[in-house]
Ligand binder design. Sequence first.
Ligand code: SF4
Ligand code: SF4
Length: 340
Amino acid sequence: MGGERSAAGPLVVVCRVTTACNLACGFCAYDRRLAFARTTLDARRIGHLIDLLAALRAPAPLLSWLGGEPLRWRDWRRWSACARARGIRVSATSNGSTLGTAAARAEVLERLDELTLSLDVADARHDALRGWPGGALRVLTALRALARERAALGSPLRLRANIVLMRSTIGDFATLADALAAAGVDEISFNLLGGRDRPEFHARESVLPAQFAHFQRELPALRARLRDRHVVVAGDAQYAARLRAALAALPWPVADCDPGRDFLFVDEHGLLAPCAFTGAEYGIDLLDVDDLAALPARFRAARTLRCAAACSDCPSTQVSGKFARGVDFMQVPRPALESA
Ligand code: SF4
Ligand code: SF4
């Protein structure tokens, strides 16, 4: 195995390890009410993924469990511990439903470097949107307890929250962000509601352009206020432009995302791809990969052969600056999309 990557930053690998979930979010393909066979990534492929990541040189890569609900996956503790023992940083994105006890939170503090909790609004609307009575309060309570327990243990666990912007909740973003800051979160990210999985929900709840314009005007002041409380609101000017383009139904073609260099996505079948949207065109079975550093060249070759439709309107938020920090959201965006 080579392990020589050209990128300066750590490789991030998001692994959708299971499609099983206990909540009923009306916008999600993994809503527990949807009748289809749920899949969990097999142990052989997880072990191989960890071998591949462990072979990389510094900086330490980040392996991020996604679902479904990854903290209800039986083996998350074992595999997280295994990855960390090999020098890999581990994170998870969770709905927060398993974090009601001190014992459950202690496992998170012991086995994860980063946890992202999903919260859309700090009241009962979150509960209704996600089919989880009392859910918003439970997420905030778990976050507060994790922050307290982290301080007591001197744990470096990074606490994040992700907010899905919706028509009925975007107006309360600042209230939610303040509540998250008070609970002890370190970083907040946000995204628009995706329209692909549940179009009927999207039609009702997608943010309106005027709402987003107002949100964008208010964000710098909120961001400055939260910065004083040591909370980062991620997302840069390009991300703002990308979201405006999406709201205006303008395509966002990406000619070259440097596929496979900084980011990889693994689905529940073990298909490795440059993002969550191109597995069909560029995906490679994990077991057919013996060097992650060789993937960019393989993905480029696949793209030359057959360019995925998704690349002509790239939905991958990590490519468009969702996680960028320290750059003002109102700085001048890409000129061609300024009218979006
Ligand atoms: S908690 Fe997450 S994975 Fe589960 S249904 Fe809701 S959005 Fe989907
Ligand atoms: S959809 Fe976007 S992130 Fe995915 S391969 Fe295409 S350009 Fe890259």
